[in-house]
Design a binder for this molecule. Structure first.
Ligand code: 7TS
Length: 406
């Protein structure tokens, strides 16, 4: 079957926007991606017909909202192939999921002198929570180095693992470089030494079919807003036995079984980690996004985006003033680059005047910028609805920019 690109584009109303009188070319998908009508409709329907607080009421609206909220959990479970819905914890996003693991699993299992291993290409969300844990416990952060192509150096990972290593936390796909890391093999290496692994799937989840049982990861985190769902909701997947053994993260309503002033007992999974009223409509919206993606299929989306990346890379390589940052063999649909003599922020501003949205900055990966000795990069990141024609518009924009500044 041909990839239904025209139909897909028609499903995303914002793609019809004009920006500065030009058709929008939205290439900032790694930051957040746009929402299909089905997701927008699910939120409107929730607030128009099915909204009340969940897990608490016997009245009809509360039951409807609860059923749809829990149905979304089931959809997430199937989407990432978790064993049980008890392993799916709704949080605000990847950032909160990592902080949760650091402050619960980390606080209980990490002591002074222990080590936590991350990679050189992590987003700040998978660096800072571990640094905070290290400050609190006296543990030490170890970093797997990478090559100038943006690939982890083979063999260096295993060398970092020892009796003191309590957790490995690695990104499946780098937001600054596009690199896709061999997480399955890395997990096997860590498990051979009985070390659990957290995978930051924030970038990978919209591009790759994820199977947490096949990966055998202990924790997997992602944000809804990068998966065509609303912002403010994300997922922590954890193996049930690990989650059972972890203390709660926040205290409050919904996460308790009984409360007296003397003692509180906690609810079972997954509610133990879901204190307070969650983002009800947004979780339901995440379920709608998953339904939408399932119709098109993650394999078809991955193939389409791979083709776009190859095309964009080929075009970019023909521009001699352009230098691609991140040239791993195995890459997701991200093209990070710098131009001779033009600051990335100027690239971003000038492209915006042509209706093209790219990100310019450090992408919350300052150590990656330091590694390449650049203050920032411009980053075009592609999604299921982007086209080769949009890549052409981007490349023409870049050539015009070089001509103007040159
Ligand atoms: N991990 C990775 C690999 C990311 O790319 C991001 C966000 C996060 C974690 C944090 O996700 P959040 O939803 O909790 O904020 N990345 C980006 C980006 O590249 N540009 O804006 C946000």
């Amino acid at each position: 079957m041909n990839y239904p690109i025209e139909q897909i584009r028609a499903d995303f109303p914002i793609l019809a926007e004009k920006i500065r009188n030009k058709p929008l070319v939205y290439l900032d998908n790694a930051a957040t991606c746009q929402k299909p009508q089905a997701v927008i409709d699910s939120i409107v329907k929730c607030y128009s017909h099915d909204y009340a607080n969940i897990h608490r009421g016997v009245h009809t609206l509360s039951v409807r909202a609860t059923d749809q909220f829990e149905a979304a959990r089931d959809k997430v479970k199937t989407f990432i192939n978790a064993t049980s819905e008890k392993e799916i914890i709704f949080v605000r996003g990847a950032t909160e999921a990592i902080n949760l693991v650091a402050q619960t699993y980390g606080k209980t299992n990490v002591q002074a002198g222990d080590e936590i291993v991350i990679t050189a290409m992590e987003h700040h969300a998978n660096i800072v929570p571990w640094q905070m844990l290290c400050e609190q416990t006296g543990a030490v952060l170890k970093v797997i180095p990478m090559t100038t192509k943006g690939e982890l150096i083979e063999g260096e990972f295993e060398k970092l693992l020892n009796d003191k290593t309590k957790l490995v936390a690695i990104t499946q796909m780098s937001n600054a470089l596009g690199t896709i890391n061999p997480v399955k093999a890395m997990i096997a290496t860590a498990h051979a030494k009985n070390i659990p692994v957290l995978v930051d799937g924030a970038q990978a989840i919209p591009h790759i079919a994820v199977d947490v049982q096949d990966l055998d990861c202990d924790f997997y985190v992602f944000s809804g807003h990068k998966l065509y769902a609303p912002a403010g909701v994300g997922v922590l997947y954890g193996k049930q036995a690990l989650l059972e053994a972890m203390p709660p993260y926040q205290g409050g309503g919904d996460m308790i079984r009984t409360v007296t002033f003397e003692k509180t007992t906690y609810a079972g999974l997954p509610h133990k980690f879901e204190a307070g009223t969650p983002a009800i409509a947004d979780v339901i919206g995440l379920g709608a996004a998953i339904d939408y993606l399932n119709v098109i299929g993650m394999e078809a989306i991955a193939a389409h985006e791979h083709e776009l990346l190859l095309y964009a890379t080929e075009q970019a390589q023909q521009i001699k003033e352009l230098h691609i940052i991140g040239e791993a063999e195995h890459k997701g649909a991200i093209l990070s680059f710098v131009l001779d003599k033009i600051h990335p922020h100027d690239i971003g501003t000038m492209l915006d005047s042509l209706g093209i949205a790219v990100r310019a900055g450090h992408h919350c990966a300052m150590p990656v910028m330091d590694f390449y000795h650049v203050p920032a990069t411009a980053r075009a990141s592609f999604a299921m609805y982007n086209t080769k024609a949009e890549v052409d518009v981007l490349m023409k924009g870049i050539r015009d920019l070089i001509a103007m500044f040159g």
